[in-house]
Design a protein around this ligand. Structure first.
Ligand SMILES: [Zn+2]
Length: 310
């Protein structure tokens, strides 16, 4: 019987075995390194994607914050809660009938645009006033408190050139809404400041809440009405409130199309601060004046679109 021989590693096969082992090891190392590299890349890609998502989410929060002031509502010809004065319709004011209808709230079919400019005066206000003068259009400036020589000159120019110098609080500080008395003091401070600069005995008593009335609360809104102010939000937004506003022609088209939808439009702009919207204003005025629209300064006893009523 043949003895079953146990296989033995024969010496002559040893080099081939070592070569095979070494090759296997190298291949294993390469595969491991490749896997490691691949996983690293995937992790990087994942992190980048995450950052993009976070940035876009932050941007959308920013634009939402900016849009706090750019929400639009339709003008529904709300009745003014202010005491209506008896309008003196005179022959020498071609706009007397329109003004009377703005006071009564019977605005169907009229073509009125209130251009409103928030947050100034700024170093750009002079250029904006020049444009308005060129087209004989009037606007309303919802200013905050800026205590410098240029701003003081602009408060005066706004009044002297027939525009409405309106109140947008001294500080534009949203946190004051939680403390109505502090909020009213902030409003009064600007009122006094405007009077001291312009020499007017009374200010316009036209008011806009920072961020709009819905950014405020009923206590603050009621207090403003009790203090004899009329407040206005807007029904056309220029869209210039965001950090990266669209180009002038896009802003102009947005405003023009918005105004065509209303009998009375209140246009929200921050044109004193943003070049693109400032440059859109001549296009807006020229186009709409050709279509029969008039650009009036706000008055206390007109009715305006409001987002929050009390
Ligand atoms: Zn503002």
């Amino acid at each position: 019987m043949r003895k079953k021989s146990t296989p033995k590693l024969r010496i002559k096969n040893l080099p081939r075995f070592l070569t095979f082992s070494a090759m296997s090891l190298i291949i294993l190392v390469i595969i491991t390194m490749s896997l490691f590299f691949l996983m690293n890349k995937m992790a990087e890609a994942f992190n980048t994607q995450k950052q993009i998502l976070q940035t876009s989410s932050a941007n959308s929060s920013d634009s939402n914050a900016a849009k706090t002031e750019t929400v639009t509502v339709n003008n529904n010809n709300q009745q003014n809660t202010q005491t209506e004065t008896n309008p003196q319709v005179t022959d020498d004011d071609p706009l007397a009938d329109i003004k009377a209808r703005l006071r009564s709230g019977d605005t169907a079919g009229i073509k009125v645009v209130f251009l409103t400019f928030d947050d100034g005066p700024s170093e750009n206000t002079g250029a904006l006033l020049d444009v308005l003068n060129e087209y004989d259009a009037k606007g309303t400036f919802f200013t905050t408190l800026h205590d410098n020589d240029n701003a003081k000159a602009m408060y005066r120019r706004i009044v002297d050139e027939g525009h409405t110098l309106a109140n947008h609080t001294s500080s534009h500080d949203y946190s004051l809404y939680s403390d109505p008395e502090a909020f009213f003091a902030d409003v009064d401070q600007l009122d006094q400041f405007q009077k001291s600069i312009t020499g007017q005995k009374e200010t316009s008593h036209v008011f806009r809440f920072p961020g709009g009335s819905t950014n405020s609360n009923e206590a603050c809104v009621q207090g403003i009405v009790n203090r004899g102010f009329n407040y206005s939000d807007w029904n056309v937004s220029s869209g210039d409130g965001c950090s990266d506003p669209p180009p002038s022609d896009v802003i102009a088209q947005t405003i023009i199309e918005g105004c065509r939808e209303n009998d009375v439009s209140v246009v929200l702009c921050h044109a004193e601060l943003k070049e693109s919207s400032r440059n859109a204003i001549p296009i807006v005025i020229e186009t709409l004046q050709d279509e029969g629209y008039v650009f009036l300064p706000m008055e206390k006893d007109y009715s305006y679109p409001r987002h929050l009523e009390v």
